[in-house]
Design a protein around this ligand. Structure first.
Ligand code: 13P
Ligand code: SF4
Length: 304
């Protein structure tokens, strides 16, 4: 089967089996083409809560599929590629954060959505990169324990100077690889380009950027801008998608180190196998986990 035949078979099967396919913006172009909804983690979590289909197939990473299951426990939720985790989400677990919370009993625990469902059960509110500043500003408590990403947390702290934000030493190892010399080199090569970065990058990279935002935020900004050239400081797939969508503009990845192997793990074959019942993984969470983690995600939707 070639790519088009595979895509056509996927489209037939998803209709026949009442499956809604969600794909994060970091997925490959051929996967975005067969998805019903695409976007950043916030948009996908809201889309997932509204879909009418009985089944959801997530092309992304495990915490995203878990979020769908938490928001739609009556639906059957599949992760297309079971090995697709998130290196940041795997850094901190419930046991560790339970201990940390004892040192900060009066802090509101704000969890980046890139956390496991199990960890979310002991947090107060979730945030995504596109909603974090607004949500933290809307929290009544001044004292915040922000987990796990210290780079996103630092960005939020700078935008919310009235809050007292305690950060831990976690984050995305892929975004954290970018250093100031990568930015300097990219600027030298493309002096007219604007620099758009994800807040998972280190603070010194964020400080050098013209725009800071989520994956969808970066895409929207670049599409609307009158500028013609952009250096993209997030997973390299975003530069590729933008190049397809805006052929008269030029997009350059900030660094070729910006490759998330977990996001790259899902293929069209995985999607087809999952729809055929020979691959993928059904996400199973117990009732208590769903109801405790849901409070944290509901708070995100309420405050976001
Ligand atoms: P977004 O919230 O921008 O989709 O980012 C998710 C992510 O994993 C970025 O590395
Ligand atoms: Fe997780 Fe980083 Fe990959 Fe995003 S880029 S899914 S934060 S490992």
């Amino acid at each position: 089967m070639n790519i088009t035949e595979m895509q056509n078979r996927i489209i037939e099967l998803k209709k026949a089996k009442d499956v809604c396919i969600l794909a994060h913006s970091y997925q490959a172009h051929e996967i975005l083409e067969i998805a019903d909804f695409t976007g950043d983690s916030y948009k996908l979590s809201v889309d997932a809560s509204k879909v009418k289909n009985k089944n959801i197939l997530m092309c992304g990473v495990r915490f995203m599929a878990e979020t769908c299951k938490i928001l739609s426990p009556e639906k059957t939720v599949y992760l297309a590629q079971p090995t697709a985790g998130c290196k940041m989400a795997e850094q901190m677990d419930r046991q560790l954060i339970s201990k940390v919370k004892q040192d900060y009993p009066n802090h509101t625990v704000v969890a980046y959505i890139n956390t496991t469902a199990d960890l979310k059960t002991i947090c107060d509110v979730c945030v995504t990169s596109s909603s974090a500043v607004k949500i933290v500003n809307n929290i009544e408590n001044k004292d915040i324990l922000f987990i796990p990403d210290c780079n996103l947390g630092d960005y939020v702290a700078k935008q919310c100077p009235d809050k007292n934000i305690k950060l831990l030493n976690g984050g995305c190892p892929i975004h954290a690889c970018v250093n100031t010399s990568d930015v300097e080199k990219a600027k030298e090569l493309h002096p007219d380009a604007e620099i758009l970065v994800h807040p998972e990058c280190r603070p010194e990279i964020v400080a050098m950027a013209d725009y800071v935002g989520s994956t969808s935020g970066i895409m929207e900004y670049a599409k609307k801008s009158d500028k013609k050239e952009f250096i993209i400081g997030t997973e390299i797939s975003i530069a590729e998608h933008l190049q397809y969508e805006c052929p008269d503009k030029k997009f350059y990845p900030l660094s070729l180190k910006l490759i998330c192997s977990d996001m790259k793990a899902t293929t069209l074959v995985d999607v087809l196998d999952c729809l055929n019942g020979t691959g993928g993984e059904e996400i199973v969470l117990d009732k208590d986990t769903i109801s405790s983690a849901k409070k944290c995600i509901d708070e995100m939707i309420r405050l976001g």
